[in-house]
Write a protein that binds this ligand. Sequence first.
Ligand SMILES: Cc1cc2nc3c(=O)[nH]c(=O)nc-3n(C[C@H](O)[C@H](O)[C@H](O)COP(=O)(O)O)c2cc1C
Length: 481
Amino acid sequence: MKSEGNPLDLRVWLEQVRALDELTEVVGADWNLELGAISELNAKKDLPPALLFDEIKDYPKGFRLVTCSSASPARLSTMLRMETERSPLKLVQALRGKPSEWQTNAVNYDPVVTASGPVFENTLSGDAVDVNLFPSPLWHEKDGGRYIGTGCMVVTRDFDSDWVNVGAYRNMIHDRNHVGLNMIPAKHGAIQYRKYMKAGKPFPVAIVLGCDPLGYWISGLEVPFGMCEYNYIGAIMRQPVSVVNGPLTGLPFPAAAEIVLEGWAYPGDERIEGPFGEFHGYYSSQAETAPVVTIERIHYRNNPIIMGSPPAKPPNDYSYAKAVTRSAMLTDALHAAGVPDVVAAWAHEIGGARMFNVVAIKQRYAGHARQAGHVLSQCGVGAYLSRYAVVVDEDIDPSNLHEVMWAVATRTEPDLDIDIIKRGMGSKADPMAIAYQHKGFSSKAVIDACRPYDFINEFPPVAEASRELQEKTRTKWQHIL
Ligand SMILES: Cc1cc2nc3c(=O)[nH]c(=O)nc-3n(C[C@H](O)[C@H](O)[C@H](O)COP(=O)(O)O)c2cc1C
């Protein structure tokens, strides 16, 4: 499909966020722990704004960093090119079916290559290359170093095909022209890297450190093996991504990228990387060796903006967006598995959108609740690192932890209503992996917190005002309620 490309300009998106009144500018924060702590506390607010840091200590005015980009329904829906939505559950409903639609349409949206773009406003090479030019934070006290890449896109090309992959893999600064590249072994970038190493060849890398957040968000999602994330992003925008080819590596990156590091990971050059927190809120793995990229070229826009998205104990910078995206995918998976009358599913932020998932159903038959719970726990998108799958009745809002835990406290008999699945799919990144000697297993609990189906009509009624009375009262007494 031929059309003019979209260069993924972060500044265009920031103006939309400003118009939504969801952008706060922060002046004078210290890159050394303060910026990270401000971002972390901000992410714990009920409706956190995006933060745009400027005049960061030791850095010139204009060298900026943004955090918390996707942590509200309005910002996330804007990012995903949907109608502005302010209700999380409605956004999940609106998102249902979209991931498979985007995947199918991706083939029609090859990126378009342009000769130039704002990313080339400044270029550094040779001795001038210095990543310390940009305000990379020391995000948390126990981090192994300063991380320039968190909300980043790492662009690489396959060794023996034309497949370009773009993954969000964090980057720790080693020195002025070296950064670490943390890729879990099964990730596509890691698979490509191993092919180059086996052949004894340097691995070309371009690291995009800021653009429209849709870029890093899709780079952080499991796009199928062999598919380029630029195609997937194009399908979301219904417009191809406009890219320029890196003069050093030939790798494509968005024409309006804020900062791009180009270089090579050389065979044998691996150094200690980390530790750094994970999405579930723990430093679950030790500092280990990881590939190192030798940076030979830096391109950046005037007054560049780093996209920051650090993990931490949830709620964190991106746990909300993960919760919404994964809730839509889980709801689709339950439907695809044939579970009827699913009202809504929710992948809670407290479990990093993986470890504590809830589904609300309208019970139709004996065994319906267990069926929904086991599918939620074991379906393709749900099985990795799932720990608790909770099933509630339709009067419970699955995204509201108070309501969910009230149902668990009052509608379960533990010896009857908790099924344990032993030796299920775990992860080395699981903080509890120690209990399984890091062998990759994990047990799972399916909690049936629905009213017992066989006594559903005798179950005690709920002691609260009816929905109608609540609504009538809220309307009449809104000045005090
Ligand atoms: C903000 C953010 C940071 C991430 N950091 C890492 C990381 O450092 N290493 C990693 O292997 N995966 C990381 N991930 C997850 C991967 O980006 C994700 O699994 C993605 O699918 C990887 O791309 P791939 O499927 O092309 O391998 C991160 C995800 C996000 C959203």
